[in-house]
Each structure stands twice: as structure tokens, then as C-alpha cells.
Design a protein around this ligand. Sequence first.
Ligand code: ADP
Length: 491
Amino acid sequence: MLDTGLKILVVASEVAPFAKTGGLADVAGSLPKALAVQGNDVRVVLPRYRPIGDYTTVTDFPVEVGPRKETCIVRRSHIEAKWFHGTKEVPVYFVDNYHYFDRERLYGYEDDAERFAFFNLSVLPLCEEIGFRPDIVHLNDWQSGFIPLLLRIRARHNPAWNETASVFTIHNLQYQGRFPRHALGLLGLGDEYFTPGGVEFYGDVSFMKAGLLFADVINTVSETYAKEIQTPEFGEGLDGVLRKRSGDLYGIVNGINYHEYDPSSDPRVFKTYNSNDMSGKAENKIALQRELGLTLSHEPLVGMVSRLVDQKGLDILLDAMPEILSKPLQFVLLGSGDERYEKAFRSLTSAYPGKVSVTTGFNGILAQRIYAGSDMFLMPSRFEPCGLGQLIAMRYGSIPVARRTGGIADTVSDYDVSTGTGTGFLFDDYKAEDLVAALDRALERYADRETWIHIVKQAMESDFSWNKSAAMYTEVYMEALSRRGRIERPA
Ligand code: ADP
């Protein structure tokens, strides 16, 4: 039986503030803090990429990656969790190796299979080196997908690992870590795993599939996405595997860090504000218009902060753009990703000077200024596992105009004129005209000042902190432990 808190190891390929390309980093940086504050002993592991410089060196040990003998250097830093007694330190360990991780970008290299095989192979020995035997290893996305299997194999030689349960979280099923067959050899695994019922996926090896098959419990980042991915439309070829494991598959919506994302104290915005006094929000809008060279106008400012990839609904948005820009509004986009989208949006700025601003690149400060300075926030996603953009937007009083899919469906409620309730304007079908119709409904309400302030207040006062979701993760961890026979739970 367990006494107090759990010993939890969170493993991810990106963790804010150390390395971030998307929402996974936010989650891997903020969930551990929430779990620590709730009384658990939490440690975090990620690779040490080039820009991460502030650490101490703990130890090193050899790792065999197929025929290569490599060294894992263990570095250490921490993140600070704020709670009412003060702060708590969550230790962060880096798996370091100059050859694999001292590079410009996080992913997208020819040898990614080998780089992340090395990462997967390093994590459990790292625990042994630092003397931390977790109750739970919590793996995230394909980059840590083989650890549940490596855990079961390691337990054969070191039975203490039998006590450890694994939880695998899908943050985005589209990115699967699919590599040629030789990846198996790099992981030190034999051909017996290379079967359709194993980690083989259409002739390749799939890191994601390995996580889905071998973790004790699986979850994804919203209840709706948990259902969607069991269908061929959203299942990315793995819906069959997910249907087989549907009894072990949970949906837990992400939270956001309420200390970091707080309009009443955010140092990145021009003027702080809260739901009872929104005068500061109006000042943010003017300052943003100035910063981006937009006309100082009272028209609604529609913002968007997004990776520029197919998932985000940019094709229907581009189709809708001429009609959207014929309306009395301003449009601000911050995003980076596919060159063709970057180009298409950039070309709008010269056609609509003073009305449209497009910034390409990754910019955490401008992102917050857009959340704070915009009236509406666009998210026409084709699919959205959870989505953090709409959560941050609501917290900053920018009203989502978004597609009802995945986590958006679970976190934004459509405004209902008859009851006056709702925190956004949603559309269902993936069509440019339906996006425009949702935006039109929002613009109609915006014209009525009193109603709009009421909607903004409802959005700002919704609770998307980690409290509830971290407690749900603890439940899932307990479920995983019961699968290992560590605890008994009522059926
Ligand atoms: P995803 O993980 O699919 O990219 P999410 O909505 O879950 O989408 O998370 C996106 C996160 O990344 C949010 O915190 C958003 O503000 C941030 N973000 C996205 N693009 C940029 C950018 N170009 N500059 C700064 N922050 C960005």
C-alpha cells in the first residue's frame, strides 16, 4: 500500500521554459508543478538541447545504441512551483549527449530514430544512477514511446521495476515517430516485436504504437479527442489499436499555469487587468495596434497565435479571408510553420495596410500581447487534441471563434442568445462559410457593448487551472498502479 504522495517521473521531449515548440512543452512544464503542490515527489526528464545552458552536472554512464557506444551525461536544474506556503522545487534532469542533442532544432533530423532511441534507452538507467525509483513513469508522445516496453524488459533483470507502472499520454496522434525497421535494432529489441500486433506499422517501426501497446494506462488530452481517435477519421491509422485498448484509455483536459498566464500580473503585457476592471484590456489593444502599425480603431481585433500547419485549419481560413477582411475588423496573426502558409498570410499585410498584421516566427512576448490586446481569438482547427490557445485566450478575455472539435468542444461553450451563457462562438463543419458564420455571430454580439462585456467576464472567470486536471491524473496513476497489483481499487 502507498503511504502519502506518489513518486512520479514525467518524461517529455520538450518542457517549458527549457525547450518549447508547442503545447506539449506547456503541459510538461506545468503539470509537474501542480502534482508537486498536491504532495507528490515529481521529477522531470528531457534532452538537453543546445540553448539550455543553466545546469549542474550530476554523473554520466554508457548507453548502447545498436552498435554505438554512447555516453549519457546527466545534468540537473529545476522548475519552481508556487503554492500558498511559498515555492516548491521540482528537479529537472537532462539527458545530454553532444552528438545527439547539441543541434539547432529539437526535431527534424535524419537520425531522429537514433537520437530518440538514445533518449528512451537513457531514462530508466538515469533513475538508477540518481537513486529515484518512481511509482509512475509518465511518458508523453512518440519521443518517449518505447519506455513502457523497456521498463517491462528491465524488470526481468531488476525486479524492483515491477513495482513501477507506466502511463502514456497522447498529445497529438498525428506525429508518430515512424522510422525504418532498423530502429528496432538501435533500441536493442529483437525481431519478435516486429509484427502487426507489435510495433510494426505498415512496414516501419512506430514509437507511438509502442507507447499505446505497452503502457499500463493511456490517456489523451481531452475526452472528445479520446473518442475521436478511436475512429478512422481521426485515428491516423492507429484507431484499431486504440479501440482494442479503449478500456485503458482516458481523456483529461489540459490546464494552464495560472501564475504564468495571469492578466492581472503578466509582465509581458502593456497593462495588467482583471475581470472586474477591464480598462487595462482596452489599453493593451491600443498598444498592440501601435506596436504592429495598425490603425488606432475601435473595430474588433481578431487575433491568432498558432503553428502554421494543416491541423490548424489554415486552408479554410485562407479561403474565408477575403470575406473576413471585407468586414469592419482588424486581424493579427503570429505563427510559424509551413512556408506556403507563412507566405500566403504575409501577402495579406501589403494588401490591407493598417488592417492586417502578420508576424512569422516564435515570440512568447508578442503572443501574450495578442492574447491581451485582441477581442476575439481564431481557432478553426481541423482537429485539436486539447488546444491551449483557446484556454489562454479566455483567461485574457479574448473570445474564441473556433471549431467544435477535440479539446475545444470540451472547454469552450457556444454562446446562447436565449440564456446569455457561453464563452465563445463555435462551428461544426470544416467549411470556410461556417467559420465566417461563427465570426458573424461574434461580431453581432460585439456590437452590443454590455452583452460583450458579459461574455468576456464569463470567459475570464472560467476555471482552466491545473487543480482539477492534476487530481484526475492522480486518479489515472492510481488506476495504473492497480493494473500492476500495487493497490486494490473498487471495480
Ligand atoms: P499545439 O500544441 O498544437 O501547437 P496548442 O494550442 O496546444 O497547440 O499550444 C500552442 C502553444 O504554443 C500556446 O501556448 C501558444 O500560445 C504557443 N504558440 C504557438 N505558436 C506560437 C508562436 N509563433 N509564438 C509564440 N507562441 C506560440
